[in-house]
Design a protein around this ligand. Structure first.
Ligand code: ADP
Ligand code: MG
Length: 474
């Protein structure tokens, strides 16, 4: 070998002359080790990271292998190199010159091996580019900060979203927004994307659902373009993945997402995630990923309150330019409590109806038009059921719902039950009072107000109410 090594520049890496070419023996060894990596690390990791590893040279006990990007080199170096070296050492027993080191270099145009299936990259793969606009989902023009109504239930998530847009550095990574269906997670994410595109048009923002992420990933696997896939995701400034719960239980997609996530965090790029549950409650998620998701800021969107619902209805009314009396908005805010999507739907329906019939919107027409919706809410749920569920939730007896006991641990759940009875059934206050051990209607009214207040102030109560409501309406 001596001193006659001539360096050739190919891509980023330096090439030595032919005398450093690995012997057939070493090539065979590498092929075996490379194949063994699949079972050693699993299919997902192999495909994501190790498959492109290509043997380049062997000199003085050093195996030199290449990958196409610096990022991959660093990642493999930190995560797999030690084990790969051990595998090489093991496989080289009996060799004249033992293997002592593994050197990973970057070769942008990696040598095309004659067996692209097991080693290196195919040319086609290198040339495949995934267009960001093709991967990213379109943004809804209506989902902006301007149209997002802020109230207690979503104040934290909204403030965090604003911070992400306004901050010059990355304020927290990731921003994790979670909450029930139809409470504004997607709206908030789109608002962030719109605002960033407006303020920093040079930034690349990628927004897509976890479902689409998985679809893209699987497609890339099939068309053997995972490298292009990786590079594309790693080239964005802001990555937003909506409804991450979708990839629960989908192992290889999670693995891929985890790597993308880490790569972007390493490069100090903003990640924003939404889910229907807190990271700790997302089942079917890899433990490492779960803990990573909770690294930044976790902001929850609570179920709506009466005030927020009314605020949203007022905003929508103004947007629609429709003539709807306040009493109707109040009625809707009281009755349609499930989520904002349904609330909007209800308003749209009565406005459309008024438009077609050229009739004024009144409380009566509203009740008529929304008969099915309101009855669906009413029919399903009885006060008995509510009492049973509340008692169950608080570990009380059914009798406590009717009793005269006023101890807080009984009285508070009873108030919650009265509140839910008012919200979820069409019963009047006196009727509800009668069902609760013959109480007066003012007692019920007081309970409803009290619980409304507590929902705003006490996250525990808000959660209790939400849990029971879901159990009843879900
Ligand atoms: P999620 O993604 O949480 O299921 P969305 O973001 O799709 O919910 O919201 C459902 C509907 O409710 C959308 O039309 C959205 O514009 C509307 N919406 C949700 N939250 C608000 C809000 N705070 N202000 C105005 N509209 C909202
Ligand atoms: Mg959504």
């Amino acid at each position: 070998m001596g001193g006659k090594s001539v360096a050739l520049v190919r891509g980023n890496a330096e090439y030595r002359d032919a005398s450093l070419e690995p012997s057939v023996e070493v090539m065979k060894l590498w092929k075996k080790v490379h194949n063994d990596m699949r079972s050693e690390f699993g299919e997902a990791i192999f495909r994501s990271w190790l498959k492109p590893l290509t043997l380049q040279a062997f000199y003085h006990g050093t195996m030199e292998v290449s990958v196409p990007t610096r990022f991959m080199r660093d990642w493999i170096q930190n995560h797999y190199a030690e084990r790969i070296l051990a595998m090489c050492v093991e496989a080289s027993e009996g060799f004249e010159e033992g293997i002592k080191r593994l050197q990973i270099v970057v070769v942008q145009n990696a040598i095309i091996d004659d067996e692209p299936e097991t080693q290196g990259l195919s040319k086609a793969n290198q040339n495949k580019k995934i267009d960001i606009s093709e991967v990213s989902s379109p943004l809804d023009e209506r989902f902006t900060f301007e149209t997002f109504v802020v109230g207690k239930p979503n104040a934290l998530a909204h403030a965090a979203a604003r911070r992400v847009v306004e901050s010059l550095t990355i304020p927290f990574n990731p921003l994790f927004i979670y909450g029930g269906v139809g409470l504004g997670k997607t709206h908030l994410m789109h608002a962030i994307a719109h605002a960033i595109e407006e303020q920093n048009p040079e930034k690349t923002v990628m927004y897509l659902s976890a479902e689409k992420f998985m679809y893209q990933f699987v497609k890339a696997l099939r068309s053997d373009s995972t490298m292009a896939f990786k590079e594309q995701f790693r080239s964005v400034d802001v990555l937003m993945i909506d409804d991450i719960q979708f990839i629960a239980g989908k192992e290889s997609t999670q693995e891929e997402f985890f790597h993308t996530f880490n790569a972007l965090v390493d490069q100090n790029k903003q990640i924003i995630i939404s889910a229907d549950k807190a990271p700790s409650d997302l089942s079917g998620l890899d433990e490492r990923l779960r803990s990573r998701l909770a690294w930044g800021l976790v902001a929850d969107i609570h179920p709506t309150t009466y005030d927020l619902r009314l605020g949203i209805l007022q905003t929508k009314r103004a947007q629609l330019g429709a003539d709807v009396p306040d009493s109707v908005l109040e009625f809707l805010a009281l009755k349609v409590t499930s989520n904002i999507r349904e609330l909007e739907g209800a308003l749209n329906r009565i406005v459309a109806h008024a438009d077609v019939t050229k009739a004024e919107v009144t409380l009566e027409t509203t009740q008529e038009v929304l008969q099915d919706l309101l009855r669906a809410h009413d029919r399903r749920i009885t006060i008995d059921e509510i009492q049973r569920k509340v008692a169950e939730h608080y570990n009380l007896r059914m009798a406590d719902m009717h009793s005269a006991r006023r101890a807080r641990n009984v009285a508070r759940p009873r108030q919650v039950a009265m509140y839910l009875a008012k919200m979820l059934t069409a019963r009047s206050l006196p009727e509800i009072g009668r069902k609760f051990g013959g109480r007066d209607h003012t007692t019920v009214m007081h309970a409803v107000r009290k619980v409304e207040e507590l929902i705003e102030e006490d996250a525990q109560i808000a959660q209790d109410v939400d849990v029971v409501r879901r159990a009843l309406t879900g």
